[in-house]
Each structure stands twice: as structure tokens, then as C-alpha cells.
Design a binder for this molecule. Structure first.
Ligand SMILES: [Zn+2]
Length: 106
């Protein structure tokens, strides 16, 4: 799981370097720099949302399958293997952590 905020002007997503597992663990306000416009943005814990890294893997799995369709069977197998990892306890735990963060309060 990792944490992100979104620039309200450009909509660009900024990944936070934080190990916080709930919004209460974040500072009351903090500055981030928009990667697109370079402006500084004052953010609050309520602006932060969690992204499960196993959700990111789901994208990779779809990509693996797409490569498989182009290049033959091996890619489909790789895509399938990555897809299988999504069902592992670690992936479910990560999704659960992300869900708990999103439901947490400041
Ligand atoms: Zn911006």
C-alpha cells in the first residue's frame, strides 16, 4: 500500500513517502510539490488516499496478458501467474490496509 494526494489544479497524482497506516498518523497539514506545475500545495490528511499495491499489480497482469496475445503463449502464462498472486494473503492484507486507511479519520 502507498499513499497519494492529487493536485487540485492539474489532477496529477503525487505519491507520499509515508508509512502512516491511518490519517491520524499524518501531520495536520503539510506541503507537497506538484510534479506537473511545480507549485506547492497545502495538504491535509483528508486529502490523502491509499492505493493498494496489489491493485497496481492487477494492471501489470492485464499488461502481461496483452503482451501474451501479441507474442504467444509465454506472456499469457506470466500474466496468469501475476494474476494468481492477487489472491495471496499478502495481497488481500494490502487491500485491507488500504481500505482501513481510507476509512480512518484525522
Ligand atoms: Zn499542480
Amino acid at each position: 500500500m502507498h499513499l497519494e494526494v492529487k493536485c487540485p489544479v492539474h489532477g496529477s497524482r503525487v505519491r507520499l513517502v509515508s508509512k502512516a497506516t491511518s490519517r491520524a498518523e499524518l501531520p495536520a497539514d503539510f506541503l507537497i510539490r506538484c510534479p506537473q506545475g511545480g507549485e506547492h500545495l497545502l495538504m491535509h490528511p483528508s486529502d490523502v488516499y491509499a492505493v493498494s499495491d496489489s491493485t497496481a499489480q492487477a494492471g501489470l497482469s492485464a499488461l502481461g496478458a496483452a503482451i501474451g496475445l501479441l507474442g504467444g503463449g509465454a506472456g499469457i502464462v506470466v500474466g496468469g501467474l501475476i494474476g494468481a498472486l492477487l489472491g495471496t494473503p499478502r495481497a488481500r492484507e494490502d487491500q485491507e490496509m488500504a481500505r482501513r486507511f481510507d476509512e480512518s479519520h484525522e
